[in-house]
Write a protein of this length. Sequence first.
Lengths: 121, 121
Amino acid sequence: MSRSNPRVLSTLERAGGFASAQEIYRLMQREGESIGLTTVYRALQSLVNDKIVDVLRRDDGEAIYRLCGEAHHHHLVCKGCGDTVEIEGGAIEKWAKMMAEEHGFRDVGHTAEIFGLCAKC
Amino acid sequence: MSRSNPRVLSTLERAGGFASAQEIYRLMQREGESIGLTTVYRALQSLVNDKIVDVLRRDDGEAIYRLCGEAHHHHLVCKGCGDTVEIEGGAIEKWAKMMAEEHGFRDVGHTAEIFGLCAKC
DNA sequence: AACGGAAATGAAAACCATTTTCATTTGTGC
DNA sequence: GCACAAATGAAAATGGTTTTCATTTCCGTT
Ligand SMILES: [Mn+2]
Ligand SMILES: [Mn+2]
Ligand SMILES: [Zn+2]
Ligand SMILES: [Zn+2]
């Protein structure tokens, strides 16, 4: 199940920030790399599975991918330009743990993202 | 520009909570209402425009709509059986507001979900 | 009531990201 | 080299959403 194609990962690194599968594919083509769109999708899925990249959705529904730092973190994303800030989520961690406990849930994880307009937009 | 079809709005109300355009369309059909899918989409777009309805995206990319009036809340979802608990998110609201302020973002919304195993699973 | 232009409607086609299929290629252990 | 599994990618399918465009419904004016 390890389809994390290193060329796709390297391209995503080089892109810096978020990029969609289509964008990564076009980038690789423009740079003369031979790869199929299907493989790009599969590599990204695998990277998400392995928690090496984060995936979220643009407003238009297209999935965008980004390398995830080591530490657990959350995102503040600009709806205008796509700029992203990694933010600390201590409050969320506590909230999630408390809510889970309160309702008898165990083995919990969480997702939390903030969307808005950055100062430039 | 006022295409907020009242029958679509009423169906969304009746659905309670989130519903996709397709779901609303199917619901109306099942109840014998004559309407086109295109009209459902246009009505929802218009309602979002008028800020009567919120729109967000499911993980699979499908857009889901919800009346703005309903109280804002979050979900605690069981990965085993799918059971969902609606939970209060005051801590999240504060966190989101604080993070946005800190980074000069405005007009912010957020998503937050907790996933785990419920007591039964 | 009759006319006329504007808005609304919806069926069908277009669009487009993503997934699936499947034949082919590549890699790996023996 | 051989056999078998995994990876690849072109092409087709999928499915939500948007566009097109012909038709119908509204509405204000005569
Ligand atoms: Mn995180
Ligand atoms: Mn909230
Ligand atoms: Zn911005
Ligand atoms: Zn459960």
